[in-house]
Design a protein. Sequence first.
Length: 628
Amino acid sequence: MIHNVFFNTLEKKLALIVVLCISFFYLLPYIIFGQNSIITIHDNLDGIIPYYKMHHDNGLFFRFDVPSKGFSEMSIVYYPLVGFHFQSILYLLFSDFVAFTLSYYFSFLFSSISMYILLKKVLRFSSTLSIFTAICYAILPVVPVWNISVSTLPLIIAIFIHFASRNDNAFSWKTLLLLFFPFFSFFASVGIFVLGFWFLGLVILGIKNKKININLLVGFIVLCIGYVLADLQNFYLMFVLKTPLNRHAFAMHPSDKLAQIKIFMNTFYTHIGHGYYHATSFQQKIIIPTAFLVSVFCLTIFFRKIKEQSGIITTRIKKATAETDFMIKLLFLLEFIIFIFSCITALYTSGLLNGFIIKYIPLLDGFDWGRVFIFNRVLWPIIFAICLQIILKINLDHLFIKKTKNPHFLFCVGLLIFCQVAYTALSPVYYNDQIKTWFNEIIIKTNIAKKIRPNTNFDKFISYREFFAKDFFEKIKKDISYSDERVVAFGYHPSVLMYNGFNTIDGYNSVYPLSYMKQFRALIAPELEVNQLAREYYDSWGGRMYLYNSDLSFEPTRNKNTLPIKLNIDMEVFRNDFDGKYILSRAEISNSDILGLDLVNRYYDEKSIYTIFLYKTAEKIYEKGSKL
């Protein structure tokens, strides 16, 4: 007895130390290095953060259908991710980087607590195993705008199971608290699937029990009300304005069936093996091999039980299934669900069901129903926890699963957890920014990297501060006495200008009027005529309204030695349709005279990654139809 208490206490202390070390690794960079931290630009700094900043600076939070300071003062209805949500409150109350940091910290906390509740309170795993699995889930990288939404998914699953498993059907007032859940979630990315699966579970349980679970029914209604309130802009856009959007012009799927099948297979493999980069699950190296070996072991036991039973084969299978542990059944069920979700995602990406959706479910046309893959991110850690628990109870001598833990496999389980955490933490993928920041501050800035590999360029990381270059662009605004004139960026992300208070006509927006997409296309039509890649990219989606150029990338770089570049745009559209005045270019525009542009100044700062050539439209007004 004393021996067991000692080891339980030691186990808890070790768990606490490990959790603290992992937490410090993930939480300290933003505190220590601040805006010098390396933050992923893709689908983050290039769009959503400037949206929040623009809303904060202009008092647009929690207002409705009013002009913004972007995309020709487009209504804030077309910034659907900046709705009535918890994240919006953070960006309303704090500066952008502080709000970004707090959002990440809350996401880390919510992920840990939500997964712990699901594993410990609902599935009845041990405290230590629940804690470590919760940490494995919490450290998974995710696109920041989704982080709070994804972090609370285990919690809503736990709530559903709680109400579904109640023996009595008495109404519980706690279901009314679900009204607040959508304010920590986004309808388009997560909410629609939460409602869909909740309703599906309600129907299945109703058929099975021959009665409706009142708490699940009320919970569903309350969740619907909550999502309508939290994402009111989305519903106003869909059911009131009914504005044709750029998403209806999506043409991202090939028409050839063989090409579609190939994409289906590649996408399916990616989601099973790696997970999607927006919400990756890091299952390939540790979890999948572990799940495979445990599944084979469990199948071996199952077939052995079938062989030991008497009667016909169906009777023996039923008896063996009845004797199989619940956790083993759950393991195979979750693996099957992941298979189905990956198939659904692959079907969306390949476009194999595109014609069917347009004809029979037009409401889903333009909606990414393939985002169901987000649930795989929750299911893989649960599978990992189940496998670890099974490993702890394996008896190899007699080939069965024991009721109690096997201390001989304790080290093996600990090693697997350590490897999974290390695999996740040390992979420099999208949104896994802590390892990049530590590496940048400790290895690159101290010149250790160049001493080890002198011929390698280690300057690829761009920090939050460097990307937005606030002081640099503030100087430009001050020099020209800027007062909301419409501008456009050339050779870098327009989000940099939006972040710094410029009224941009270009930028990154995945949901906006189709008419604006066509209007902007008229502006960049001269470039699209000679640039096939840009033409196919823009016409199939239109999310990035950029001044494209085959010789000048918009991706951030420290290289300031750019050659003069020819800019292909329709200046008549820029002047008359957009009322454009300034072009802030990363390179000198070689045909500025032909375009009717005057070089105001060249801005250079040794500390900045940008060199900006500021052009202003010439005073001469060209007659309609004249060639530039």
